[in-house]
Design a protein around this ligand. Structure first.
Ligand code: FAD
Length: 481
């Protein structure tokens, strides 16, 4: 069953009244355990945790998470003169595209127009200058440097190894948030907050409504992305089988030979990074919940083991890969789907199908609906292929509008969401979740946050025409505004 949680339910489960509340990761996790069918409860009992902590940053805009959405938000907010602090839990900016080793950018164009104009255009241009792009595949280290430079030059303050761990909310307004870093626990006070954590942590801990999973409550599988050496690309190109899944052309034989412990028919594949180097989006970890560290741990262990099987598969079954070696895997598991925060509007499949236009459009995007098979096996894969290649694929020049209202969580005054956790149904999430989509929602959220902060307005009352004007100046593709 699909999980749907609202603010009142959330407060009931945490035992908090409707007034002031402190929502920490530990409390939220304990509450979620009741709602989610986790194998074992996360907590046996509870303790009170209270400290006096310093307020280390007082800024106009706080951004939690420095993936494609968070970096775009920080730079866009700075472009409007807002002071910005960004907290990133990991050791680099870029999220899945760097720490997760996701190998390439999904389309930045509808075949006619460049869609993630503004921040996305700057990223691609800088990567090209760094010789960090090979077709759509990116050099992960170059991308890290590009994000470092862009956020640094914008004047936004950012720190790594800094996790958001708590949110204090009063009457739909975040009063401050709590972060944990090597130097200790500290608070951040901002006028407006942008949740770019991918999982929507800040919004959920603030009490926002959300959904998780599709019609049957299941989440897309994850993938532990990887880097491979010693590939003879010329031989592979000369012998590359035709069809939608060249890397998977020998899977049937390998299944019959007992190479794999899981019969996963969907093999996205290996992408050329250098003369002999490849980036892999290979294998799936099924039934993983990216908001539960126990589930993530299991998936990482499974993913690492599975890649050893894929190493054998590539070496023994595909021409050009005879000497390939797995060099490294992502330091974050690739998580495709967790929570979608419910906004003033939920972008839905009907909007996708009609190539919708909205008066409050903040961008347009065009990627097909890419929902990886929820189960291993032939039938799920066949359905995925049909949906991705035929049913939902757009023609040249076609795109769907992204309304501002999917960035504004219902009932929350000074909070915006960006990236993977925006307000969309599970189907549209399958399209908007990729990096160019995250650039688009990230830059709009950052800019709107700056405006709301400077004008002392609720995020629901931002002048959208003015936002669109500023986004256009920033380079956004807004043909209908
Ligand atoms: C296996 C896989 C393959 C994919 N392939 C492609 C592809 O080929 N092309 C493409 O364009 N897209 C692809 N995607 C999708 C895309 O990479 C992600 O959906 C996108 O990166 C999401 O961006 P985001 O900024 O919302 O979140 P993320 O990229 O997840 O970034 C979130 C950031 O927030 C940080 N964070 C999380 N919680 C906290 C916290 N509490 N405090 C502080 N920081 C926090 C994380 O460390 C992370 O850096 C793929 C995704 C996966 C998983």
């Amino acid at each position: 069953m699909r999980e749907r949680v609202n603010r009142r339910d959330w407060m009931k489960t945490t035992g908090l009244a409707a007034g002031a509340m402190v929502a920490g990761a530990m409390k939220a996790s304990a509450a979620e355990t009741k709602r989610e069918a986790s194998p074992q409860p996360l907590a046996k009992s509870s303790v009170m945790f209270q400290r006096n902590i310093p307020v280390r940053y007082e800024v106009d805009v706080f951004v939690a998470g420095g993936g494609p959405a968070g970096t775009a938000a920080a730079v866009a907010a700075r472009s409007q003169g807002a002071t910005v602090y960004l907290a990133e839990a990991h050791s680099c900016l870029g999220g899945m595209g760097t720490a997760g080793r996701v190998p390439l950018f999904m389309p930045v164009s509808d075949g006619v127009n460049f869609l993630p104009g503004g921040f996305g255009k700057q990223v691609i241009t800088r990567l090209e200058k760094e010789k960090g792009l090979r077709g759509p595949a990116h050099d992960i280290e170059a991308l890290k440097r590009v994000y470092d430079a862009m956020v640094g030059e914008s004047g936004a303050v950012f720190t790594f190894h800094t996790s958001l761990i708590g949110v204090e909310t009063e009457s739909g307004r975040i009063k401050h948030v709590v972060c944990s870093a090597p130097s200790g626990i500290f608070a951040v006070r901002a006028k407006v907050y942008v949740d770019a954590t991918g999982n929507g942590d800040m919004a959920v801990w603030a009490g926002a409504e959300y959904e998780k999973g599709g019609a049957h409550g299941q989440l897309m599988p994850g993938t532990l992305c990887s880097v491979w050496s010693d590939i003879d690309w010329k031989t592979w190109e000369a012998n590359r089988p035709k069809g939608p899944q060249p890397d998977g052309s020998m899977l049937e034989k390998a299944f019959a030979d007992g190479v794999f412990t899981t019969r996963d028919e969907h093999l996205t594949g290996m992408y050329r990074l250098g003369d002999t180097l490849g980036a892999g989006n290979i294998g799936h970890t099924f039934d993983v919940d990216g908001t539960d560290e126990r589930s993530l741990t299991k998936a990482l262990v499974t993913g690492r083991k599975a890649l050893k099987e894929f190493e054998r598969y590539y070496r023994e079954y595909l021409k050009g890969f005879e000497k390939t070696r797995l060099v490294t895997t992502g330091s974050l598991l690739g998580v495709r789907e967790t929570r979608r925060i419910t906004g003033d509007y939920v972008l839905c499949l009907a909007d996708y199908k009609r190539r919708a236009t909205f008066p409050d459009e903040i961008g347009r995007y065009a990627y097909s609906i890419d929902i990886h098979p929820l189960h291993p096996g032939k039938d799920s894969y066949a359905q995925h292929r049909k949906d991705f290649d035929e049913t939902f694929r757009y023609g040249k020049g076609e795109s769907y509008g992204i309304p501002y209202r999917i960035l504004t969580p219902r009932g929350m005054d000074n909070l915006l969401v960006a990236g993977r956790c925006v307000s969309a149904d599970a189907m549209v999430h399958g399209s908007i979740r990729v990096m160019p989509g995250c650039f688009i929602t990230g830059q709009a959220a950052g800019m709107a946050a700056a405006m709301a902060g400077q004008q002392n307005l609720s995020v629901h009352r931002v002048d959208v025409k003015d936002l669109q004007r500023r986004l256009k100046e920033f380079g956004a593709f807004l043909p209908n505004a």
